[in-house]
Design a protein around this ligand. Structure first.
Ligand SMILES: Cc1cc2nc3c(=O)[nH]c(=O)nc-3n(C[C@H](O)[C@H](O)[C@H](O)COP(=O)(O)OP(=O)(O)OC[C@H]3O[C@@H](n4cnc5c(N)ncnc54)[C@H](O)[C@@H]3O)c2cc1C
Length: 206
C-alpha cells in the first residue's frame, strides 16, 4: 500500500506497483510501520520499532516443559520436543527498514543470562540467531479499535512482543467492530485517542 484516499463510500488504496483497490473498511495492521497511515489521517502515535534478539541451541536432553521468562528481566526460553532451546532477550539492531540482526552483544548476554537461570544450558552450542521488527508504543499496549478521525478505518498495531498471543483475540475484536457494529468487549483502553495531543488535527482526512 503506497497511498490511501478516503471518501464517503470507503477507501481507495493505491499500491506501489500501480494497482488500485476499493473497500468500505480499511484495517491499519501494518505492524511497526503503522504510524505512517495513522499520521496521514491526523492521528500521530509515538510508535517505535524494536528488534528482539533470539537464538536456538543444538538439541539437548529435555529439561524444560513450560515456556518460561523473567518478568522485566529480558530473558525467556522454551524447549521444543526435539530438545532445541529457543532463547530470547535484549535487542538486536536494524539492518534496514524491514530487516534486523540479533547482534553479538545481545547473543552473548542471552547465553550468559540463560546459563545462570537454566544450568542445563551450560556448554550448549547456539546453532542459529535471528531478529525481526516489531512495533512498540510507550505503554507497551497495542492500539486497537476505530480511528477517531476517519469512519471506516480500524487500527490494530503496536503488539510489541505479544502479537502471537493476543493477535487472534485482537483480530476477532476488529471483526466484531465491522460485523456487529461494536466489539463484544470494550476496546476503550486500547484506543488511539490515548495518544491524542492538543495540537493534533481532528479533521477527517480529505
Ligand atoms: C524475533 C521476534 C520474536 C517474537 N517472538 C514472539 C513470541 O514468542 N510471542 C509473541 O506473542 N510475539 C512474538 N513476537 C512479536 C510478534 O511477532 C508481533 O507482535 C506480531 O508479528 C505483530 O503482528 P502484526 O500483524 O501487528 O505486525 P507484523 O507481523 O509486523 O505485520 C505487519 C505487516 O504489514 C506489512 N506492511 C507494513 N507497511 C505496509 C504497507 N505500507 N503496505 C502493505 N503492507 C505493509 C509488513 O510488511 C508486515 O507484513 C516476536 C517478534 C520478533 C521480531
Amino acid at each position: 500500500m503506497a497511498r490511501v484516499e478516503p471518501s464517503d463510500a470507503g477507501f481507495t488504496v493505491h499500491t506501489a506497483d500501480g494497482q488500485r483497490f476499493f473497500a468500505r473498511w480499511l484495517l491499519n495492521c501494518a505492524g511497526a510501520w503503522a504510524a505512517g497511515l495513522a499520521a496521514q489521517v491526523g492521528e500521530p502515535v509515538p510508535l517505535v520499532a524494536g528488534h528482539p534478539a533470539m537464538l536456538v541451541t543444538e538439541p539437548l536432553p529435555l529439561f524444560m516443559t513450560a515456556s518460561t521468562g523473567v518478568e522485566g528481566g529480558g530473558i525467556y526460553a522454551r524447549q521444543v520436543a526435539r530438545g532445541n532451546c529457543v532463547l530470547g532477550g535484549g535487542q538486536g539492531f536494524a539492518l534496514g527498514e524491514s530487516t534486523a540482526r540479533a547482534g553479538q552483544l545481545a547473543v552473548l548476554d542471552i547465553l550468559r543470562n540463560a546459563c545462570e537461570l537454566y544450568p542445563a544450558l551450560a556448554g550448549a552450542q547456539a546453532i542459529r540467531t535471528w531478529s525481526g521488527t516489531e512495533g512498540y508504543l510507550p505503554d507497551r499496549e497495542p492500539v486497537l479499535g476505530p480511528s477517531a478521525t476517519t469512519p471506516g478505518l480500524l487500527h490494530g498495531f503496536g503488539f510489541a512482543g505479544a502479537g502471537f498471543q493476543i493477535g487472534p483475540a485482537a483480530g476477532e475484536a476488529l471483526a466484531e467492530c465491522i460485523l456487529l457494529g461494536e466489539p463484544r468487549h470494550s476496546l476503550k483502553a486500547f484506543s488511539i485517542e490515548r495518544f491524542r495531543t492538543s495540537t493534533r488535527s481532528n479533521a477527517p482526512c480529505a
